[in-house]
Structure formats: structure tokens, C-alpha cells
Design a protein around this ligand. Structure first.
Ligand SMILES: [Zn+2]
Length: 290
């Protein structure tokens, strides 16, 4: 009998141990507010991308929405600890789920803002062709109701928040939110520091436009600090280096195409995790010649 019990309990114990360590690994970090100034915070943790919050004279503006109710509730609770002002605006930096799915968990009284192309992209099918959930009427109140083309200012009492569009890159509708007093820009997913850049070709994103768009941003804004969806806060030097690295990758792909190499041969000349970016660059070069 004793032996039988051991036979059952040892595998069960091992299974529970495995499940426990799996849940530890996939555990989501709680939402955390990182102070940049008395008014400006970067919001990290939770499910979804890093975002931000700006406390104006009379209202709060949020940057990006996380992607589940638990994370949004933590964002709202975090704001309440800092100020009594209501959340009035939420700017979506672009159309990716980890930046927009949480819109639906904010109060309907919040005004959602994005670039006009971002709003259009929200209705597009996913990469695998699945229809967008934004086509369901229940989500309509959480779509961006204010859109802009080149630039828009949002005034929160005496404070001004600048929304800029510098062109196509990661997607076709990436907004840069600039805070002049803090010399800080929130740039969504227009830079990744610890992994290769994602270019959503299926949404119309383009790597050659991406480097031009980032250069235009550096030329236009007097920013010292760049907050993004999935990386640590970056400085101008990091953005310049990112542009340089991508140009180098583009030149290498171009040279290999001229040598008559196939896509598979070209991919093998790069790191494995660069494959998707290299394929985008390859297709962009091919289509511009065709
Ligand atoms: Zn993202």
C-alpha cells in the first residue's frame, strides 16, 4: 500500500512543482509608476506595453492602455494615488493590441486619441487574416474619437502636450507624444533596444521610411529622453545608433540581393531573431525595384 501511494504522489508532486514554476515564470509584474517629473510618469508592468501618464492642471492624459482589466484597474488606482484630477484623455501611440486592447476597460468618459492611420489600422484583419475585434459595436465607444494628421496640441489648463506624426515606420500611424517642459518624448514601439526592430509590413510599416521618420523626429524635437513600449528609457544617442544599425542592415541586404542571393541565403547571414526584419527589408527592396 505504502509503495502504491508513493507511486501516485511522487508524479503528482512533480507535476505541481512544474506548474508552480511555470506560473512563476509567466507571472505578470504589477503596474508601477516611474516618476520623470512631478507631472510626468512612465507606467511599466502589467500586461501590455509600457505607457505613461501626465498630470495637467485640471485633468490627466494617459499614454497607451495595457491589455487587460486587471492592469487597467492598477493604472487607474495608481493615478488616484497621485491626483484627484479625472482621466480625460488617452492617446494610443499605434494600433498594436498591447497598446490599445485596454481602452475598453477605461471609463467611457475618457476621450481616446490617435493618428488617423492608427484608427484605420484598428479595423484591419490581423497578420493571420483574423477579423479585428474593433469591428464589434460594443467596442465603438473605446475607439479613438479624435484623430490628427500632422500635429495636434492637447491643453490641460496651462500645460501643453504635443502630438506629432513624423511618418511611416513601425506601422503607418505612430504618434510621438512630446512634453516640452520635461524634454521627454513617448514614442510607442518606434525603437526596441534589446531585440531587433519590429516592422509591421502587413499594416503598411516600412523600414526605409522608419529610419527617415526617426531622423525627422530627432531634427524636430528638443527631446533628451525617449520612453518606449518595450525598452528602457533611451537618449538621443541610442536613437541615432538604432538608425545607424538599421541602415547597416539595409545596406547589407541590398548588397546580397545584388549578388543574386535568395531570401533564405540572406537570412542565414544574420542572427536568427533578425529573420522577420530581414524579410521585411528584402521585400521592400524587391518591391521598389519591381
Ligand atoms: Zn508593443
Amino acid at each position: 500500500m505504502k509503495k502504491k501511494i508513493t507511486l501516485i504522489f511522487v508524479p503528482l508532486f512533480l507535476l505541481l512543482l512544474a506548474l508552480h514554476s511555470f506560473s512563476q515564470q509567466s507571472e505578470v509584474q504589477p503596474v508601477e509608476f516611474k516618476k520623470i517629473s512631478d507631472r510626468l510618469y512612465e507606467i511599466v508592468g502589467g500586461r501590455g506595453a509600457n505607457g505613461g501618464a501626465y498630470i495637467g492642471d485640471n485633468a490627466v492624459l494617459i499614454i497607451d492602455a495595457k491589455m487587460d482589466k486587471k492592469s487597467v484597474d492598477q493604472v487607474i488606482a495608481g493615478i488616484k494615488k497621485i491626483t484627484d484630477h479625472p482621466i480625460k484623455y488617452l492617446v494610443n501611440t499605434h494600433s498594436d493590441g498591447d497598446h490599445v486592447r485596454g481602452n475598453q476597460y477605461f471609463p467611457e468618459t475618457v476621450t481616446f486619441i490617435s493618428h488617423e492611420n492608427c484608427r484605420k489600422e484598428l479595423f484591419h484583419p490581423g497578420r493571420d487574416g483574423t477579423p479585428s475585434e474593433w469591428n464589434t459595436p460594443e467596442l465603438a465607444p473605446f475607439l479613438p474619437s479624435l484623430t490628427f494628421r500632422d500635429k495636434m496640441d492637447v491643453h490641460l489648463g496651462t500645460k501643453r502636450v504635443e502630438l506629432w506624426y513624423f511618418g511611416i515606420g513601425h506601422t503607418t500611424g505612430d504618434t510621438v507624444i512630446y512634453f516640452p517642459e520635461e524634454k521627454t518624448a513617448f514614442i510607442g514601439d518606434q525603437i526596441f533596444l534589446t531585440r531587433p526592430q519590429i516592422i509591421h509590413s502587413y499594416k503598411g510599416g516600412n523600414s526605409f521610411e522608419h529610419v527617415k521618420t526617426l531622423a525627422k523626429m530627432l531634427d524636430t524635437l528638443d527631446a533628451e529622453r525617449f520612453c518606449s513600449g518595450h525598452s528602457e528609457i533611451a537618449d538621443q544617442e541610442a536613437i541615432r545608433n538604432h538608425i545607424y544599425q538599421m541602415k547597416k542592415q539595409q545596406e547589407k541586404v541590398k548588397a546580397l540581393i545584388e549578388k543574386g542571393k535568395s531570401l533564405e541565403e540572406i537570412k542565414s547571414e544574420f542572427e536568427e531573431n533578425e529573420a522577420r526584419l530581414i524579410e521585411s527589408i528584402y521585400n521592400e527592396i524587391k518591391s521598389s525595384k519591381g
